[in-house]
Design a protein around this ligand. Structure first.
Ligand SMILES: Cc1cc2nc3c(=O)[nH]c(=O)nc-3n(C[C@H](O)[C@H](O)[C@H](O)COP(=O)(O)O)c2cc1C
Length: 333
């Protein structure tokens, strides 16, 4: 029998894992995931109806998001003294079947995992201005190591020339997207102006409009408008590109885990982050970005880091909405 889970039908570790999974970031907060639970096994499925057809026709960003959800499950389980054994793309005949996670037995809890698990509920995309306080070398190293731990590469654009070149690609990509009526219509569909939705990006999650001539162009969701204007955007932003070594669905799922480990590590260090993915979403600028980095790697997301005020949390569809549970048939005796 397949049913929606109830408050008591999921085992505690499965419930913990799913509560963490749904906090993952996703483009336009589209939440392109579904879960199927059988005992202590969770199957992660791509929800093709929620893939952003215009900005993410190949579902690359959707797979990054599901990768992030998988990392959240792994971390939540480790922090509860359990292990989540993950098999990525277990079924070659069904490309929407992204992973199978099996909950395994007790293990000692590492304080680092407890801290990362706490960061799952605190992480937000913070599109508002950051202070000009630079990130210490120790924190920069931790972010790079977090990506490497999941087999991804985080390249910090620390040379001014590189940052200027990325900013030019960002402006070009933003211009192309904003000129595209289909892109604008998709963005409008996911920009939330009422309180009745548990997906999409609400106005309060936007940032103030950058000053004319600012280096970085942010995606224009409904622009957050405080009564008092916010402080200006930081003068020397720290921007980084997260790369994968190939661009297959498997590599994208791994990169999504790397992306989320980077974001949780940042959150844990009191560092805010936001996405600037326009240059990766437009094929021509993605190619130019790859050349700029001078590597064989494939850019997956662009991130901006800094110290900021807390940003508001965005909503999620409930675990019960995105999960189906397989229950054993009751056999009459
Ligand atoms: C692959 C990916 C690409 C994204 N690209 C952008 C972007 O270009 N601009 C932006 O403002 N937010 C971007 N986001 C952030 C999402 O809009 C954000 O995760 C979502 O609204 C949920 O909010 P939260 O991150 O605060 O939980 C991206 C997220 C993901 C996972």
């Amino acid at each position: 029998m397949i049913t929606s889970p109830t408050s008591s039908s999921l085992s505690e570790p499965v419930r913990l894992a799913l509560d963490a999974a749904i906090r993952a970031p996703s483009p336009h907060n589209s939440q392109p995931w579904r879960f199927e639970v059988t005992g202590d096994r969770i199957d992660v499925l791509l929800d093709k109806d929620r893939v952003l057809n215009v900005v993410d026709g190949g579902a690359r960003e959707a797979r990054l998001s599901c990768g992030a959800a998988i990392l959240n499950m792994r971390i939540a389980l480790l922090a509860a003294g359990r292990t989540g054994l993950v098999h990525l793309l277990p079924d070659t005949d069904h490309d929407e079947h992204l992973a199978t996670l099996s909950v395994r037995g007790a293990r000692p809890i590492a304080p680092a995992d407890t801290a990362l698990a706490r960061a799952i509920g605190l992480r937000r995309s913070n599109r508002r201005p950051f202070t000009d306080r630079p990130l210490p070398a120790r924190v920069r190293r931790a972010l790079v190591e977090a990506a490497a731990r999941e087999g991804a590469e985080l390249v910090l654009l620390e040379q001014p020339g590189d940052l200027d070149a990325l900013a030019a690609l960002l402006r070009h990509a933003e211009h192309l997207q904003s000129e595209d009526p289909e892109f604008r219509a998709e963005l409008a569909r996911w920009t939330v102006t009422t309180d009745s939705r548990d997906d999409g990006v609400p106005a309060m999650a936007g940032g103030p409009r950058p000053e004319p001539g600012s280096l970085l162009t942010l995606r224009h969701y409904a622009v957050y408008s405080a009564a008092q204007p916010d402080r200006p955007y930081e003068q020397e932003p720290l921007v980084a590109v997260l790369n994968s070594y190939t661009d297959t669905p498997l590599a994208q799922l791994r990169a999504g885990q790397g992306m989320e480990r980077v974001l949780l590590t940042a959150t844990n260090a009191g560092v805010s982050a936001s996405f600037l993915c326009q240059p990766v979403e437009v094929p021509a600028t993605r190619l130019a970005l790859r050349r700029l980095l001078g590597s064989q790697a494939h850019p997956q997301v662009v991130l901006r880091f800094g110290y900021g005020f807390t940003a508001p949390a965005t909503r999620r569809r409930a675990v019960e909405t995105v999960t189906r549970q397989h229950l054993p048939e009751e056999v009459p005796i």
